[in-house]
Design a protein around this ligand. Structure first.
Ligand SMILES: C[S@@+](CC[C@H](N)C(=O)[O-])C[C@H]1O[C@@H](n2cnc3c(N)ncnc32)[C@H](O)[C@@H]1O
Ligand SMILES: Nc1nc2[nH]cc(C(=O)O)c2c(=O)[nH]1
Ligand code: SF4
Ligand SMILES: [Mg+2]
Length: 216
């Protein structure tokens, strides 16, 4: 859990509290948060120990929605936007947490792969970064994409754009309002391809801006 600036997608630039939920079975080879994949009780520790981490590790803490809200206040966070990411946050039922946030003056956003059913408040902004090789299969992904406010598609090569085209084709006129392409791992070739494609299609460029400016 940390306070920073949203670095990706439509809300880029917005001060945000990030809550990174532990566990993800999807296994994207280029994932930049591989330390969140395991969910092993051997790494269960206290909130204070996790918040004091100086480097990435698989250690995590257990908290309900009320404990998280209390921690925001105890740590003096000023941001009013909460980004729930992971790992794969939709392994968890996020209805209680997102409702509590909205009742306390926060807005919320979920960053999900679309591999699990999305359970959250209606007012939550949902960003789906589609992963096609997953457990839930295409029905789960299609319903996630229909709920999505924003698609943020990671791209390294043309094949990834072709995959997105197939997904969008299946959705027909139920496409999310915002489609962003995000170069994988700041690679120059991926960035060039994404710029060219965004201009052609009138889609949005999402750079991982936090990585360019060296913040979390
Ligand atoms: C680490 S994932 C966690 C949330 C969820 N599991 C998902 O994939 O959306 C957060 C975002 O980072 C993106 N991402 C992960 N590794 C990346 C990389 N190396 N380059 C660009 N984007 C990456 C994902 O596609 C996703 O949009
Ligand atoms: N600053 C910042 N913005 C982000 N947007 C999505 C992120 C994520 O890892 O889900 C992320 C992240 O890790 N840091
Ligand atoms: S789904 Fe998200 S957290 Fe899981 S491996 Fe892929 S990018 Fe990483
Ligand atoms: Mg990240």
């Amino acid at each position: 859990m940390f306070e920073t600036i949203q670095g990706e997608g439509v809300h880029t630039g917005l001060p945000s509290i990030f809550v990174r939920l532990q566990g993800c079975p999807v296994g994207c080879p280029w994932c930049d948060t591989k330390h969140t994949w395991t969910l092993d009780d051997a790494f269960l520790t206290s909130a204070d120990a996790v918040l004091a981490k100086q480097q990435e590790s698989e250690h995590f803490f257990d908290a309900d929605e009320h404990a998280l809200l209390s921690l925001f206040i105890r740590r003096g966070y000023q941001a009013k936007h909460v980004v729930i990411t992971g790992g794969e946050p939709c392994m968890y039922d996020l209805v209680p947490f997102t409702r509590l946030l909205h009742n306390n003056g926060y807005s919320s956003q979920i960053e999900t792969s679309g591999t699990y059913e999305i359970k959250c408040d209606d007012a939550t902004w949902v960003t789906v970064s589609p992963k096609v090789d997953m457990k839930g299969g295409l029905p789960v992904l299609d319903s996630a994409l229909r709920r999505a406010d924003e698609i943020k598609h990671p791209v390294a090569m043309q094949k990834h754009i072709d995959e997105l085209d197939q997904l969008l084709h299946r959705l027909g006129d139920k496409k999310p309002a915002h489609i962003c392409l995000q170069p994988i791992s700041q690679q120059q070739r991926a960035t060039d391809l994404v710029i060219k494609t965004c201009i052609q299609r009138n889609w949005r460029l999402s750079l991982q801006t936090h990585k360019y400016i060296g913040i979390e």
